[in-house]
Design a protein around this ligand. Structure first.
Ligand SMILES: [Zn+2]
Length: 127
């Protein structure tokens, strides 16, 4: 499945994936659009069309945004300078934006992990 000429470590693949770069060569892009992965790397030809990250990217986004950044909301009290409805609106906008920024990076990491471990993301039947 992989035609990468060199062995790439999981860490290196994940670093390239989070940047939206090909985990093999680090030069080609991993996404054709916002969350649409390319079938092949334009630089090295590595195949990514068969990889399925499915719900892993939203899961990782929820973990990072919900469990790391959300506690910051409880530490910052803005009610002294703005009404509660404005604070709720502000935090909703911040977390929506944060999630939209995080999602393609999370998918890049998941695709890189699937690629490096040579897992396709296809379900396996264990009998
Ligand atoms: Zn490449």
């Amino acid at each position: 499945m992989t035609s990468c000429p060199e062995e790439i470590t999981l860490r290196k693949a994940a670093e390239r994936g989070v940047l939206g770069r090909c985990p093999c060569c680090g030069k080609g892009v991993l996404f054709a659009r916002y969350l649409k992965q390319v079938d092949n790397c334009a630089a090295c030809g590595e195949q990514f069309g068969g990889l399925r990250a499915d719900d892993a990217a939203p899961w990782l986004t929820i973990i990072v945004v919900g469990h790391i950044f959300l506690p910051l909301v409880f530490m910052v009290d803005l009610t002294s300078i703005m009404p509660v409805w404005a604070e709720l609106t502000l935090w909703s906008a911040v977390f929506t934006l944060l999630s939209l920024v995080m999602l393609p990076r999370a998918k890049g990491v998941m695709l890189a992990v699937l690629w490096q471990t040579r897992a396709t993301g296809e379900p396996t039947i264990v009998s």
